[in-house]
Ligand binder design. Structure first.
Ligand code: SF4
Length: 138
């Protein structure tokens, strides 16, 4: 009986130490990602066809955010309407920067329509954890 209790104790302590170590390592190597990537990815068709020259929609979204605009980038599947949505996300209007923080508490200066989309997407079931964190700041 004693041997069973000792074994359980050793395994429990080992598991606890491993969990703490994993938590600390996850904090050290945490990668901060621009939350706009999730926004752009959300408006893309999601076909992951590679027609834009990137491996998939997520890679295309990362490229758009990295470029800070849509110059030279295009999604042939979504076409111009999709690229207009991407452009709106990447270039918050000056008017939105002036009014949105007061009107909606949007600290990032996004267009109010985009801010509403962020809030709508950020449900507990949303597949974009960064989006949830961003919506909580709105
Ligand atoms: S072309 Fe459009 S739908 Fe296809 S992978 Fe690129 S962004 Fe996604």
């Amino acid at each position: 009986m004693n041997l069973i209790l000792i074994s359980m104790g050793v395994l429990g302590v080992t598991g606890l130490v491993a969990a703490v170590l994993l938590y600390i390592v996850s904090l050290i190597f945490k990668v901060e990602e621009d939350p706009r990537i999730d926004l752009v990815a959300a408006v893309l068709p999601g076909a992951n066809c590679g027609g834009c020259g990137f491996a998939g929609c997520r890679n295309f979204a990362e490229a758009c955010v990295k470029a800070g605009g849509i110059e030279g980038l295009a999604c042939p599947v979504g076409g111009d309407p999709t690229m207009e949505e991407v452009k709106k996300i990447l270039t918050p209007s000056a008017a939105a920067e002036e009014t949105a923080p007061v009107a909606s508490g949007d600290k990032k200066g996004f267009d109010p329509v985009i801010a509403e989309k962020i809030k709508a997407l950020a449900t507990p079931k949303a597949a974009f954890p960064n989006l949830i964190a961003m919506a909580q700041k709105l």
